[in-house]
Design a protein around this ligand. Structure first.
Ligand code: HEC
Ligand code: HEC
Ligand code: HEC
Ligand code: HEC
Length: 391
């Protein structure tokens, strides 16, 4: 008996590693792509209130255990245009990626617009694991996650035989379909795919535009290291998700830098072009009264509550004439032009003040659509909305 026991033990020891490795393993790819500088949502409508890095990070930390083993990657196009505000966003993006411990971040078309001597010092400072097809040293990187060897690349030629190969691309899905030999391709083309596609042996997915949903692609990997199957789901990043306070700090820091940008660019007013509601009220007091009952009259306060009252990207729709000569500039310099005032709808027409028999421009739906866009006002329905602001 004893002999057999020993034999049994020996057999067990010999075959144990195989039995462990003999099971299918899983690896989850958490992916973003085409964030386009969307640090957080504007909150203009509950219907579009999805996304934002503090929620993204909050979701991942809260669910880290059930998601593990996972890798976190960005397929590129995370930056907006190269403007002073765009640069502040880019910095906040990279700092947040670093807090969230992204495993790889690809540079796509959007990133290539920025000068290298601007971007690379930032990459270094944040220790961002950047991949860039234009840089010889950074075309691929390899990582191991629970025994699975991964090669992540941005150059279709940078495939590693024997590894699990993940390509990050800024090409449209139609072009990604022509690339062979990669297990998974994730694009930042900004296309909305309900489900990843299977093309030959390759799974193709696309980062959700502006990060409204987090992509969760769970791979089942066989003993031979090959992908045996996958599950996919989109995790919506709605406002019920608890924000990561560390990433929130980065976003708040961004907000104060944006405010400083506006303050430092403070320019003298180019003549008082817009009259403002006070002037109109001199002759149209009942209209002022009824306007005050509409939400347009509280539009700037909304921004103050959201801590965004110095953000040009918000002000442009929550005030009058922002960006135009003599329009709203900041609450310190042009307090009388805060909120969506008369002249946003009736037009800028100084002639009317000299000769009020001259009609102002008719108010049409087009006037509203400047601000009531699909993204910021998905419920907009002209007759219904018009009824609510009648005055
Ligand atoms: C393109 C124009 C536009 C821009 C840009 C814009 N908003 Fe709005 N916002 C609107 C409109 C229109 C509404 C009303 C939507 C509705 O109810 O249909 C709104 C509503 C809101 C509301 C909801 C108010 C409430 O009481 O329900 C918040 C909060 C808000 N905006 C914040 C912001 C912030 C913060 C930014 C900048 C990040 C921003 N908005 C940028 C047009 C805009
Ligand atoms: C300059 C940008 C701008 C223009 C032009 C504009 N709006 Fe608005 N509108 C807003 C903003 C911003 C809000 C949200 C204000 C808030 O609550 O902070 C809003 C809110 C509203 C609301 C309240 C929504 C609700 O659900 O109660 C109605 C109704 C509305 N607008 C109708 C109109 C109509 C009709 C027009 C065109 C005749 C128009 N707006 C033109 C920016 C604009
Ligand atoms: C959100 C857009 C909007 C804002 C803001 C707005 N109005 Fe109007 N106003 C309208 C619309 C729409 C009408 C009715 C349709 C029309 O006459 O074109 C109207 C009608 C009027 C009329 C009457 C026109 C007539 O033919 O009898 C006056 C006067 C007027 N508004 C003045 C004001 C004043 C003053 C303010 C600021 C306190 C103001 N409006 C703010 C959209 C707006
Ligand atoms: C000095 C007085 C006065 C001021 C200031 C004034 N209005 Fe008027 N407005 C009038 C009078 C009077 C009428 C009526 C004219 C008529 O019916 O022939 C009128 C008519 C209007 C009408 C409707 C008639 C039309 O043909 O469009 C609108 C809209 C309007 N004003 C908007 C404004 C706005 C917006 C302001 C502020 C920028 C403003 N008004 C400032 C006196 C004034």
């Amino acid at each position: 008996m004893r002999k057999y026991k020993l034999l049994y033990l020996i057999i067990l020891i010999i075959f144990m590693p195989f039995s462990v490795h003999g099971e299918e393993q899983t690896l989850t790819i958490l992916y973003t792509g085409s964030l386009k500088g969307e640090l957080e949502t504007c909150g203009c409508s509950p219907k579009t209130d999805f996304g934002g890095l503090a929620r993204l990070s909050g979701y991942i930390s809260e669910h880290a255990e059930e998601l593990s083993p996972y890798i976190l990657i960005d397929a590129g196009n995370f930056t907006p245009k190269d403007t002073p505000q765009g640069r502040l966003k880019t910095e906040a993006m990279l700092r947040s990626f670093s807090k969230m411990k992204y495993d790889a971040v690809a540079f796509g078309e959007n990133e290539k617009v920025f000068p290298r001597n601007y971007l690379y010092p930032l990459v270094k400072e944040n220790k961002t694991p950047v991949l860039c097809a234009a840089s010889e040293k950074r075309r691929s990187l390899s990582i191991t996650r629970s025994d699975i060897k991964l090669n992540i690349g941005v150059d279709p030629a940078a495939r590693h035989e024997g590894n699990l190969n993940l390509l990050l691309s800024d090409k449209p899905v139609s072009e990604a379909k022509l690339i062979n030999g990669w297990d998974v391709i994730i694009t930042s083309s900004g296309e909305e795919l309900e489900e990843p596609l299977e093309n030959n042996e390759t799974i193709i997915a696309a980062g959700y535009p502006k990060g409204k949903n987090l992509g969760i692609l769970k791979l089942r990997i066989g003993i031979n290291g090959k992908v045996m199957g996958h599950d996919h789901r989109w995790q919506p990043l709605g406002k019920e998700i608890k924000e990561d306070p560390l990433v929130r700090d980065i976003l708040n820091d961004y907000d104060s830098k944006v405010a400083r940008l506006l303050r430092e660019a403070e320019r003298p007013l180019a003549g008082a072009t817009y009259s403002g509601v006070k002037k109109c009220a001199e002759c149209h007091q009942p209209f002022e009264e009824s306007w005050k009952d509409t939400r347009h009259a509280g539009a700037f306060q909304t921004l103050e509550k959201a801590g965004k009252s110095s953000d040009p990207e918000c002000i442009k729709c929550h005030s009058v004439g922002f960006g135009e000569k003599g329009g709203f500039y900041s609450i310190e310099t042009t307090p009388d032009l805060a909120n969506v005032q008369c002249e946003e709808c009736h037009g800028l027409d100084r002639g009317h003040l000299d000769d009020f028999s001259k009609p102002m421009r008719p108010v049409t739906e087009k006037v509203c659509l400047k601000c009531h866009t699909e993204e910021h006002s998905p419920d907009f329905d002209y007759p219904v909305y018009l009824e609510k602001i009648k005055h």
